[in-house]
Design a protein around this ligand. Structure first.
Ligand code: A2P
Length: 338
């Protein structure tokens, strides 16, 4: 990418849960912005949003929208939009950083977490970089130092995913259902197939014929791709929980070689972007309320799994809108301009 003093960034899906977070992150990190183009659906066109001391108008995204002069397009809207605009913008020379699953497994699209596999950004023939699923990113950040230290053989992960992973409408639904239940009114489920308030759903995405959720398949394939470990055995169960923000993961790891919990703690603490938050004697363990609004991946409950040889258990919590999506995308743009 040609070095410039400032860049034109387009955010497609600017008014959504991830889009709004992207604006905050560009501001916090003082990203060298020459200009910002904000795109959403017709219903948001004309609204303004603030970033870096200026007001920017939201434009309706249409096939006629011009992207001339845009350096980066951060897409976080729908799969259809990623499919329609990702290829087109990439071919026109815009660097596309895409939050959907549309391109993630394509061999010529890097799937990037800068702290883990920055080297993969060297090859991006289609000008498209994908960011992983919001549960894969924290998982690979926790696995990477353990894999380097002792070789990860098998992973069993169960996720506890907040409703913000589904977007703003799901956050509203949780709040509305909670209010309704607290005032003895009937609840209405529109976004999810069942009530989410005071409940949890062992179902994210669509079911395959084998009974796996698409979210579970994404975690397996994306982790193997990012860690360049196609033989790593991984199995996942993904659960939607009535939490507004932050995804949590119970991770069981089987290693090739022994690694004591204290050595695992040291390896994790040395990993950029990971915060070891682990002192059960003080009731200190990561919770969504701790990690909310934070950049780091929080890791705690690090302990031996005595039921297998070289087994470890961890509890990982991270802000799905930040490192799980918007922050990772902005960090990729920063990596590409460095
Ligand atoms: P809008 O707010 O105008 O509907 P979330 O993940 O929080 O649901 O956000 C989805 C984002 O994608 C929003 O910014 C939304 O815009 C945008 N979006 C959804 N559908 C379209 C569309 N057909 N064209 C452009 N933007 C869209």
């Amino acid at each position: 990418m040609k070095k410039k003093s400032a860049y034109c960034v387009a955010i497609i899906g600017a008014t959504g849960a991830v889009g709004k977070e992207s604006l905050e992150i560009l501001e916090e990190r003082k990203f060298p912005l020459e200009s910002l183009r904000l795109f959403a659906s017709k219903r948001s066109a004309g609204e303004t949003m603030a970033c870096q001391g200026r007001e920017w108008k939201v434009e309706e995204l249409t096939p006629q929208s011009s992207f001339t002069g845009v350096d980066f397009a951060l897409i976080s809207a729908t799969d259809e939009i990623s499919r329609e605009y990702g290829l087109k913008l990439g071919a026109a020379g815009v660097v596309v950083i895409d939050d959907s699953a549309v391109f993630r497994m394509d061999a010529d699209v890097p799937l990037l977490v800068p702290e883990v596999n920055a080297h993969a950004a060297k090859q991006m023939p289609r000008n498209i970089v994908a960011i992983p699923n919001c549960t894969t990113t924290p998982l690979v950040m926790a696995l990477k130092p353990l894999h380097d230290a002792a070789g990860v053989k098998r992973v069993v992960v169960t996720t506890f995913q907040s409703v913000s992973g589904t977007g703003s409408a799901a956050m509203d639904e949780l709040v509305e259902q909670t209010k309704a239940l607290m005032s003895f009114r009937d609840v209405e489920a529109k976004v999810y197939p069942h009530q989410i308030a005071f409940n949890l759903l062992p179902h994210i995405g669509s079911f395959s014929r084998d009974g796996e959720c698409s979210e579970e398949v994404k975690i397996v394939l994306e982790t193997q791709k990012i860690l360049e470990a196609p033989a790593m055995r991984i199995t996942a169960t993904t659960v939607r929980v009535p939490v507004l923000r932050c995804h949590s993961e119970a991770v069981n790891v089987e290693l090739e070689r022994p690694l004591k919990p204290n050595d695992a703690r040291a390896a994790l603490a040395a990993m950029p972007g990971v915060l070891v938050y682990d002192d059960p004697s003080k009731k200190l363990y990561p919770m969504p309320l701790d990690a909310s609004g934070k950049d780091d991946i929080y890791v705690g409950r690090i302990r031996e799994d005595f039921s297998v040889t070289n087994g470890l258990n961890l509890w990982v919590v991270s802000d799905n809108l930040r490192k799980g999506a918007a922050l990772n995308a902005v960090q990729i743009a920063e990596l590409l301009i460095r």
